[in-house]
Ligand binder design. Sequence first.
Ligand SMILES: O=C(O)c1cc(=O)[nH]c(=O)n1[C@@H]1O[C@H](COP(=O)(O)O)[C@@H](O)[C@H]1O
Length: 236
Amino acid sequence: MRAKPIVALDFSSKNEMVQFLQSFEEESLYVKVGMELFYKEGPSLLSYVKDCGHEIFLDLKLHDIPNTVYSAMKVLAQFEVDMVNVHAAGGLEMMRAAIKGLEEGTLAGQKRPKIIAVTQLTSTSEEQMQEEQLIDKPLKDSVLHYAALAQQAGLDGVVCSALEAREIRNRLNESFLRVTPGIRLAGDVADDQKRIVGPREANELGSTHIVVGRSITKAQNPYASYKQVNLEWEMN
Ligand SMILES: O=C(O)c1cc(=O)[nH]c(=O)n1[C@@H]1O[C@H](COP(=O)(O)O)[C@@H](O)[C@H]1O
């Protein structure tokens, strides 16, 4: 069965988030809690979201020296979320340390959260990458390289744009997750995203998960937009 679209809860407070989730009382969602909400509200917010019956991707994008990431992951493991992430640019040793921390921190009888690595942010264009990161290659090569590194480290998958999903699936194994933000419904503005794709196209291109924020959260009718995303994502 196809994974539910992951709804990015990019709100500035718990109150705003609660208001948003009220329209989804009958649904069990897969949501993403990112830095803004987590830094504002802390871990208790995660318990609230779990008690509502939703799955959680805790998106804190760790990127630091291996020992710091190891220790931080040990703490994150105790929140019993479903997925966490790091930046692949932190390197092989850092990604291995992240898994070690996660495994050691996971409470007995609990499942270790999935762990994925951000390759090149979907807000990065090829020109930006080449000029600002001094990577003298096509963006796709950089994404594929990071994906291979993440797999070598033992991670469960990567965050990339749907535009790179098919090649990752072909080069690595089918079960390696391809979690793709930068999703927009037709007619929605790109905002700060550079590599954007529609839900149906993401499905055709081989995403295993899509992450959708503003196309749902800023819509006039977020519930209707969620249903539209779901419909398109589940086509084919
Ligand atoms: O790790 C992420 O979730 C992430 C990685 C990435 O490359 N691009 C990206 O947009 N995201 C997140 O996905 C969400 C996308 O939001 P929208 O652009 O509003 O749909 C945001 O919460 C971002 O933090």
